[in-house]
Structure formats: structure tokens, C-alpha cells
Design a binder for this molecule. Structure first.
Ligand code: S3P
Length: 429
């Protein structure tokens, strides 16, 4: 599907971002292996979370999928059953990596595959620690890629220093650790999102957390099922934050946004760039901080984005690149080599597509340099099948002179199925 976006006169109104993708995956997986029934409201009904749901259903979990809520009938710690067929994570790295950790500890054989993009993404990062725990797990291309074959076995706890900060890898190890003999310690080079840790604790697991280190103590009990109201996804809110900041006549209110500090780097960066952001009604829901955010037209200036900030805004870099193109000065993004192994190589794909819109942008091995000109021109662009790039290009289209066309625009369904409708709803032409 292709989507045409016109430069709009005004951007105004209230956007309600969909439920957080990371938290939706975790709420389903952890409740699937818990004792009891849980309701998950405001879950993200996107393709990625549906992949997790269908995989768990194939593993014998009864999950009722309604328009507004999920009902997960937990099977307890030893209730998963061997699937009759190959599990398919489609485009979802979170599904594949988290389920790998879980399946490594189940007494049966599993095979998990994904779409063309997911089958090129590195899986050795989960295979290596899980093997150290005693898992029998293999992947294609010398254990580097999916499909993965997993013969569940008895696991032992490990102390593991992760070479890259990754919440998916950390969560895979934590899920395996729930079933392992002895305790497991995970040390990250930089702290990544901590939704798994928060939810595990709330469901009764003893975790010691200090800085970038998480220690999971062994438990013989199943998790306690827990109703979850999923906060709005800050990664989805980020599109309206940037759109509001770069558009000359904008005022957008974004409600019930998850404000977890391991995810809120985009707000810190936009504020430092001079964005007029107001945060209101700060509150907590299900162990996660949330708030409403108001953004208004702003004059942005360039900034350097690197180091510890990167995992706190890793998924927002394509849209922040659009902000940088509209800002004054030179923005340098570094230490973001992980972007090369996302749903597309986001360094190359973002650079290629932004250039089509007239931006001055250079590719670095681990980031990009953007010379802000404050001006973009509509062009024909491609999402590269990557939801985050499709939405970032949609935002750019709102301010670019003339019309912008985004090919493969349906990619947004992975994390924000209502994105194009919301973009229209906020726009006055
Ligand atoms: C996610 C973690 C991040 C992020 C992805 C979702 C998660 O990936 O980019 O969109 O839910 O754990 P990495 O763990 O590979 O950094």
C-alpha cells in the first residue's frame, strides 16, 4: 500500500497512542506461564503482538482476543505443550528472542522462524547465553540466524556480561532463568528497558537490581497472574512529539504515555533541542509511570546524541533524524550501530530516504550526521518494510513542501495500526 501525505496548514488535536508494544508482549508471555487468569487492557493489537499471541496459542495457552482487551488463561510454569507446527514470529524480534528463552526450558522441541527481515537479524546473541545455561538451541548460518531449533532441557543459572545492551536478550535470559537451577546474573554495558524486571517483580519473582546488573533468584513457584493496563507507547507518541515540534502551526496533546525512564530519552533530547513540551498529570499505572504530554511548534536546534542515551531512544532515531533535518545546525548521532540490525538497516534506510526529501545527511558506521536546513521537499519514499521508518517519513511529509508518497506504508501495522488515520485526524489542510 502507498500513502500520500500533503504538507498541512495546521496540526492540532488530541492523539491517543496505542498500547506499548514491549509491555504488551511481556504482559501476554508472563501471564501465559502464570497461575490464574489475567485481563490485559489497552494492549497493542499490532502485528508484532499478534505474533506472540499466536505462538503462545500454538503452545497450548488459551488467549481470548477482544478488540479492547485480552484474556490470558495462564497454564502455570509447566503447562506449555509442544506445538504441532513451526512457530512464526513474522517481523517481530521481541517474539522470537523472548520465546527462545522460554522454550529453552520446556521439555519439548520447538522450531521458530520469521519473515525475510527477521531471518537476517542476529540470533547468536540469544543462542550464546542460553547455551551457557545448558540449552540445546541451534540456528541457521552457523547458529547466527533464524529459523531456530530448540530442544528444551534442564538449565543452570549463569553470570553473563552482555556484549550489547538489549532488552530482548536480557529478557530471554530472565525467562530461562525462571526455570534454571541456581541464580542468574546479567550485566549490561548500558541499561536497556526494564519492563520485564518490573513485571516479574510484580508477579512475585525475587530480583536484585543494581545499576546495569540484574540478579534473578531461583523459584519453584509459578508466577502470580496479574491484570495489566498497558500504558500508551512512548515510541508511538514520539511521532506526534516530533511532528508537533517541527510544524510551524501545531499544538498536540498526547494522552496516557508511558514515561519509564529507560524509554524516555526522546523527551530529554527534544527538550534539549528546544522543543516546547509540557508534561502533565504524572501518575502510575501497573508499576509504570505515565503522563499526558503537550507539544507546540518549536524552533529546534541541533544536538549530539550518543552514549548512555542511545538505548533510551533506540527506536526513535529515525523520527529524531527528521527533527534534526528541520533543526538549526549539525546533529551527530553515534554509538547506535544496533540500528543496523533492526527491522531494516536503519542507518542506511533512514539516510537514503531522508536524502530523497532533500536533507543533508551522511552515514556513519554507528550513526549519522545531519546538517539541519529547516526545510524538506516532498518526494517518493519507501519504508523498506520498516514500521518506524514508514511513520518517520509520514511525519516528514507533514512539513515537506508539496506531496510525499510512502510506499510499503502498511508496515505501520507492526506497532501502530491506526497511524495513518491519526495523522489525518490531526491534520488541517
Ligand atoms: C525491545 C527492545 C529493543 C527495541 C525493540 C523492542 C523489547 O530491541 O529496539 O523495538 O521489547 O525488548 P533490543 O533489545 O534488540 O535493543
Amino acid at each position: 500500500m502507498e500513502q500520500r501525505i500533503e504538507q498541512v496548514k495546521t496540526l492540532a488535536g488530541r492523539a491517543v497512542p496505542p498500547g506499548d508494544k514491549s509491555i504488551s508482549h511481556r504482559a501476554v508471555i508472563l501471564n501465559a506461564i502464570a497461575d490464574g487468569t489475567a485481563e490485559i487492557s489497552n494492549y497493542l493489537p499490532g502485528d508484532d503482538v499478534m505474533s506472540t499471541i499466536t505462538c503462545l496459542q500454538a503452545l497450548g495457552v488459551d488467549i481470548e482476543v477482544g478488540p479492547d482487551k485480552l484474556v490470558v488463561h495462564g497454564v502455570g510454569s509447566s503447562g506449555l505443550r509442544e506445538a504441532q507446527d513451526i512457530l512464526d514470529a513474522h517481523n517481530s524480534g521481541t517474539t522470537m528472542r523472548l520465546l527462545s528463552g522460554l522454550l529453552a526450558a520446556q521439555p519439548f522441541l520447538s522450531t521458530i522462524t520469521g519473515d525475510e527481515s527477521l531471518r537476517t537479524r542476529p540470533m547468536n546473541r540469544v543462542i550464546e547465553p542460553l547455551r551457557l545455561m545448558g540449552a540445546s538451541i541451534w540456528g541457521k548460518s552457523s547458529d547466527g540466524l533464524a529459523p531456530l531449533v530448540i530442544q528444551g532441557s534442564e538449565l543452570r543459572g549463569i553470570a553473563y556480561e552482555m556484549p550489547v545492551a538489549s532488552a530482548q536478550v536480557k529478557s530471554a535470559i530472565l525467562l530461562a532463568a525462571l526455570y534454571a537451577q541456581g541464580s542468574t546474573t546479567i550485566i549490561e554495558p548500558v541499561k536497556s528497558r526494564d519492563h520485564t524486571e518490573r513485571m516479574l517483580r510484580a508477579m512475585g519473582v525475587a530480583l536484585n537490581i543494581s545499576g546495569n546488573e540484574v540478579r534473578c533468584l531461583p523459584t519453584s513457584k509459578s508466577l502470580k497472574s496479574m491484570d495489566v493496563t498497558v500504558p500508551g507507547d512512548i515510541s508511538a507518541a514520539a511521532y506526534w512529539l516530533v511532528a508537533g515540534a517541527i510544524h510551524p502551526d501545531a499544538r498536540v496533546e498526547i494522552t496516557s504515555v508511558g514515561m519509564n525512564p529507560t524509554r524516555s530519552g526522546v523527551i530529554d533530547v527534544l527538550k534539549a533541542m528546544g522543543a516546547k513540551i509540557r508534561i502533565e498529570n504524572e501518575r502510575k499505572e501497573g508499576g509504570e509511570p505515565i503522563a499526558d504530554i503537550i507539544i507546540e511548534s518549536s524552533e529546534l536546534k541541533a544536538i549530539d546524541i550518543d552514549g548512555e542515551l542511545i538505548p533510551r531512544l533506540i527506536d526513535e532515531i529515525p523520527v529524531l533524524a527528521m527533527a534534526a533535518a528541520m533543526a538549526k545546525g549539525k546533529t551527530t548521532i553515534r554509538d547506535a550501530g544496533e540500528l543496523r540490525v533492526k527491522e531494516s538497516d536503519r542507518i542506511t534506510s533512514t539516510t537514503t530516504e531522508l536524502r530523497k526529501l532533500g536533507a543533508e545527511i551522511e552515514e556513519l558506521l554507528d550513526g549519522m550526521v545531519i546538517h539541519g536546513t529547516g526545510k524538506l521537499t516532498g518526494a517518493e519514499c519507501d519504508s523498506h518494510g520498516d514500521h518506524r521508518l514508514a511513520m518517520a517519513l509520514g511525519v516528514a511529509g507533514l512539513v515537506a513542501a508539496g506531496d510525499t508518497v510512502v510506499y510499503n506504508a502498511e508496515a505501520v501495522n507492526a506497532s501502530y495500526p491506526g497511524f495513518w488515520q491519526d495523522l489525518n485526524m490531526l491534520s488541517t489542510r
